[in-house]
Design a protein around this ligand. Structure first.
Ligand code: SAM
Ligand code: SF4
Length: 434
């Protein structure tokens, strides 16, 4: 979501006549688009702002902007700590960025951290990373209250975009050559809960959206992130299974394998239900890859709780996992829990989880060797003449050939590591299997 906002920020500035530069000394405007999800992101911002101070002293015309979730969270504290920042623009005020820059030019430092906006960032121009892949925001914000999470505080409640606007955006992207889209939301499967279909009282469902968007001509791959396990209803599984462009990959955040911790996190499922859903998804969509998010060291987590997480990780057999050390976030309920887990205990558990997940990821990757997959070429590889490509199941494949980004090819997998595969080009099979 933040990266997509960055594309919007770049789009706005470029529409105003600016061009991107890698050279700080050449820059007229520097924007930090920030994340507040863990404390280390926060520390990095203040470190980076410190590094810019001498540059601003040498070049007072330089405009420094802090945008995003930390801007929303820290508000006036940013300019108090770093008075050389010209503009602080929160998550809801992005459309005001150019006005704020112009006013700062005239009147000095500006801040807009309004609590809501009627303008979806998607209405703004975007400078996208690729011309063949695009993120599409469907429902910013979140109505849940997971006790560790700052997102609802900085992004506000969920606001679903009108289904017609989403379809129009995807059709426009397809006309410009985009072949893969990723639908974005904090809880994509509650999409539509807060809007009605025009001319009726019914609410559009995420499953409807998948089917409609998946049928748009030219869109060959549809991905989405993230669904909340609690809201992953059978109609979404059916829509995934029946819409050929929807890729066989799901990001399914577990957070913890301990029922006691899940309850304290205010995650509304328990381990058996989670594993049951996973089984159903795998039965309906053979070959589907599953990734997850796991937090280690949530306050009150005991060794037994952590063992329960290791156990679910082993049973679930995730293809990959984003693992996080719990980071207390101001304003969240868990930050006030008295029993925080000591840092060295968190680190030790985290390392054990990593070893287990690396082994599982490697096993899952090795199981792909010998199979053939359609891949979408993403760009040049790092070593020798090669490209990095991606399967529908979201696995990275390095192919020792020169192919154009945005083209499809077929590869047979010849080697596997925990985080990537290697493959050789093969002719497309007559019958396409995944
Ligand atoms: N909406 C998604 C869900 O419900 O699973 C999660 C979105 S959150 C932006 C991404 C991930 O960051 C979470 O799944 C969680 O694992 C991690 N995260 C969030 N708050 C955290 C915290 N305070 N400390 C450590 N990790 C955190
Ligand atoms: Fe945060 Fe996701 Fe929970 Fe919303 S559902 S509060 S974004 S972890």
């Amino acid at each position: 979501m933040n990266e997509h906002d960055s594309e919007r920020i770049a789009g706005l500035l470029m529409a105003d006549g600016l061009t991107p530069t890698e050279d700080l000394d050449q820059a007229g405007v520097v924007v930090f688009n920030t994340c507040a999800i863990r404390e280390n992101a926060e520390n990095r911002l203040y470190g980076n702002l410190g590094h810019l101070k001498p540059l601003k002293d040498r070049n007072p015309a330089l405009r420094i902007v802090v945008a995003g979730c930390l801007a929303q969270k820290d508000q006036g504290a940013i300019q108090a700590r770093a008075p050389w920042v010209d503009v602080v623009v929160g998550t809801h005020a992005l459309p005001q960025l150019l006005d704020l820059l112009a006013t700062a030019e005239r009147d000095g430092p500006q801040m807009d951290v309004s609590e809501s906006t009627e303008v979806f960032p998607s209405a703004l121009p975007a400078a996208r990373h690729d011309d063949f892949r695009a993120w599409v925001s469907i429902a910013p914000g979140c109505d849940n209250a997971c006790t560790f999470c700052i997102v609802p505080l900085v992004r506000g409640p969920q606001r679903s975009r009108a289904i017609g606007d989403i379809v129009a955006e995807v059709q426009g992207l397809a006309r410009r050559g985009v072949i893969e889209i990723t639908l974005l939301g904090q809880n994509v499967n509650t999409y539509g809960r807060d809007v009605t279909v025009p001319g009726s009282s019914s609410r559009p469902l995420f499953a409807d959206l998948l089917r409609v968007v998946g049928a748009i001509e030219g869109i060959r791959r549809v991905r989405f992130t993230s669904p909340h396990p609690h809201d992953f209803t059978p109609d979404v599984i059916d829509a995934m299974a029946e819409t050929s462009s929807v890729c066989e990959h799901i990001h399914f955040p577990l957070q913890s394998g301990s029922d006691r911790v899940l309850k304290a996190m205010q995650r509304s499922y328990r381990r058996d239900r989670y594993l049951g859903w996973l089984e159903r998804i795998r039965a309906a969509i053979p070959g589907i890859a599953v990734s997850t998010d796991i937090i280690v060291g949530f306050p009150t987590e005991t060794e037994d709780d952590f063992q329960a997480t290791l156990d679910v990780v082993e049973r679930a057999g995730f293809d990959s996992a984003y693992t996080f050390q719990y980071s207390p976030r101001p304003g969240t309920r868990a930050a006030g829990f008295v029993e925080q887990v000591p840092k060295e205990v968190v680190q030790e558990r985290f390392d054990r989880l990593l070893v287990l997940q690396e082994r599982i990821s490697l096993d899952r990757a090795r199981a792909q060797v010998g199979h053939a997959f359609e891949v979408l070429v993403e760009g040049a590889g790092k070593r020798g003449p090669s490209v990095q490509a991606r399967t529908r199941t979201n696995r990275i494949v390095h192919v020792p050939d020169e192919l154009d980004p945005g083209t499809f090819a077929w590869t047979r997998i010849t080697g596997a590591a925990a985080h990537y595969l290697t493959g050789e080009l093969v002719p497309a099979p007559d019958v396409i299997t995944v």
